[in-house]
Design a protein around this ligand. Structure first.
Ligand code: TRH
Length: 372
């Protein structure tokens, strides 16, 4: 019997919110997909209930948010326990686990080569339990990427009924403008981006989530910018929007002509949106994040021609290095069609691989089969 069809398919996921939104963003998506597509009931233990509720919205019938604190007590361990991003499992919980319990640590995403060597490896623990490393990744030797079955319908919606889709997001369609979404870290060259968009010969609309409004306000020497506010900055209108639900954020990415994304989850969503993207990795000591970017670029640009390869590298490396200029924006505009076709090709090629949730289920089935 498969893990997904078992009547006892109750799994636990543990998530520690280190910073930002990616830890809970990934955990919530994974929980929902396991519930929706594999009929698994999930308890999602999160140490930051406020941030978790930002993602859970009205909730999910098969995903229960559980507050995870030092005082949490546990009645039982689930048959499968997923630890996200090496957040650790509480000692009290581990004491309820047996050798039959499957313990997976789903770690950070990277396109670096070492991932294939570590994916799926067991790590025997001093208490007799076995913890398995599960690494997301971009090729068949890794754990794959989160990708839900609803994504093609979402792309269809953005393509066929764009006006209605924009309205759904509380925005008017602006087909005459280049629509750009911005989600980045504070070290990104936002002032340089705003300056070149203001001077752009083409009309541009920049869409900014409210969490980034202080960064944009500072770059424009404005007091403050609030959700719902639009200001004109040269040829660029800047609109601040509320922090969207994950599905609406996916829709926004699919509607825009260019997406600036960051971290872990928005990075992958921009790939599935199949639109030109500029990814900003989370900044790490000793510029490790630039190695992550180089590894991704190697994968992302593999099928592009030499000219497009150079453009992709030039755009993403400049953004990550804080060296953005008007030339980069014009470079994007010049190669816009090629970048779009490439983004579509890449998304299509990558989506031929099984998604991460499916790979988790298969991995667990195999582990169990080998134990019998
Ligand atoms: O918020 P992030 O920077 O998250 C992080 C950090 O890199 C962190 O250090 C790392 O530990 C973690 O990722 C894994 O960026 P990310 O990963 O893109 O997460 C943002 C989430 O927020 C993602 O799930 C998309 C979602 N989102 C919305 O749902 N609505 C929105 O309006 C926006 C802008 C984002």
């Amino acid at each position: 019997m498969s893990a997904s069809s078992s009547p006892r398919a109750h799994w636990d996921i543990f998530c520690r919110v280190v910073d930002n939104f990616g830890d809970i963003g990934v955990s919530w998506r994974l929980a929902c997909q396991l519930a929706d597509e594999h009929a698994i009931k999930i308890r999602l233990w999160v140490d930051d209930s406020e941030r978790a509720s930002r993602f859970s919205g009205a909730g999910h019938a098969s995903v229960t948010l559980m507050p995870w604190t030092d005082a949490s007590s546990f009645s039982h361990a689930a048959e499968v326990v997923i630890e996200t991003f090496s957040c650790g499992l509480p000692q009290a919980y581990q004491q309820l686990m047996s050798v039959e319990t499957v313990w997976l640590n789903i770690d950070y995403l990277s396109a670096e080569d070492w991932v294939t060597g570590f994916h799926g490896r067991p790590s025997p623990q001093a208490n007799g339990l076995n913890r398995y490393f599960f690494y997301p990744g971009f090729n068949a030797q890794t754990g794959g990427l989160l990708r839900e079955q609803f994504l093609p319908a979402l792309a269809e919606r953005a393509g066929r009924s764009a006006t209605a889709a924009w309205q759904h997001l509380g925005l008017a369609a602006m087909p005459e403008a280049i629509n750009v979404s911005l989600f980045c870290y504070a070290h990104a060259p936002v002032p340089a981006l705003l300056a070149c968009l203001a001077a752009s010969p083409q009309a541009v609309r920049l869409i900014v989530p409210e969490t980034l409004a202080p960064l944009v306000a500072q770059a424009l020497s404005q007091q403050a910018l609030a959700a719902g506010q639009t200001i004109q900055h040269g040829h660029c209108s800047i609109t601040v929007i509320p922090f969207l639900s994950q599905i609406d954020y996916d829709l926004l990415l699919a509607l825009c002509d260019l997406n600036f994304v960051r971290g872990e989850d928005s990075w992958i969503r921009a790939i599935w949106a199949a639109k030109p993207m500029v990814w900003l990795p989370y900044q790490q000591a000793e510029n490790t994040h630039l190695q992550k970017l180089a590894a991704f670029l190697q994968h992302y640009q593999a099928a592009a021609n030499d000219e497009l390869k150079a453009v992709l590298r030039w755009l993403m490396q400049a953004w990550a290095a804080g060296e953005w200029s008007a030339a980069h924006w014009q470079g994007f505009m010049t190669h816009r069609q090629g970048l779009l076709q490439h983004a579509r090709h890449y998304a299509n090629q990558l989506s031929q691989q099984p998604d991460l949730a499916t790979k988790v289920v298969i991995f667990i089935e195999k582990l169990r089969a080998n134990r019998v």
